[in-house]
Design a protein around this ligand. Structure first.
Ligand SMILES: Cc1cc2nc3c(=O)[nH]c(=O)nc-3n(C[C@H](O)[C@H](O)[C@H](O)COP(=O)(O)O)c2cc1C
Length: 189
């Protein structure tokens, strides 16, 4: 891929909880994305976005987050499972943009302490992704029993995740390229 075709795929870390293990998962996915030719990525930590909580939606759009999503060809959202749902802060951040998401790909990484790897939070996110105009891919990454997958410092203990992330990223990059072609070349009649 030449420069004009470089895909920008930021990884959104979807929790501000102290001691969040989702940080390890999002760092790993960002590292794996960084290894790919033709992809530019960065970790976007929602804990660092100073959004007000006395309003919601596009009224509180954050210029930097909005420009990152505008530039993005795809997003990776790393979401922990909290009572089978996503964090309220993640929804608050996602709601601050709208047109920035349209016809872009999204892949979801679920993180849970339990055995289901965030499968329930991922299912609960799908209708939200659709409403935002994002196009979901059919692979996820599921970090189950995440406390056994990484050490407290974030070292990966289970190499099988590299293969799973690879499969997920292949699909995400394909969808991101396809949708970019569509956005640039195909008119909406
Ligand atoms: C409020 C709250 C609710 C949680 N609910 C679930 C749950 O429904 N299922 C589950 O497997 N783990 C649950 N957990 C554990 C998280 O999945 C666990 O903390 C995991 O490390 C991912 O979240 P983290 O990134 O905040 O660490 C919950 C944790 C919190 C703080």
């Amino acid at each position: 891929m030449d420069n004009s075709q470089t895909l920008y795929i930021p990884v959104i870390l979807g929790t501000a909880r102290m001691g969040r293990r989702s940080l390890h998962a999002s760092r790993l996915v960002t590292e794996e994305l960084n290894k790919r030719n033709g992809v530019e990525t960065e970790l976007v930590d929602i804990a660092k976005l100073p959004l007000p909580t006395n309003d919601a939606g596009e009224a509180i759009k954050h210029a930097d987050f909005s420009s990152k999503v505008s530039k993005a060809d795809a997003l990776v959202i790393v979401s922990p499972e909290y009572n089978h749902g996503y964090s309220g802060l993640l929804k608050h951040v996602l709601d601050s943009c709208l047109k920035e998401y349209i016809h872009k790909a999204v892949g979801i990484v679920g993180v849970s302490a339990g055995p289901f790897g965030g499968a329930r939070v991922i299912q609960n996110m799908l209708p939200v992704m659709r409403e935002l105009g994002l196009v979901t891919i059919f692979w996820d990454v599921n970090f189950s029993s995440v406390q056994k997958v990484f050490t407290t410092e974030g070292t990966l203990l289970d190499d099988s995740y590299i293969r799973r992330i690879d499969k997920f990223l292949k699909e995400l990059i394909w969808m991101a390229s396809t949708l970019r072609h569509g956005r640039e070349q195909i008119a909406l009649h």
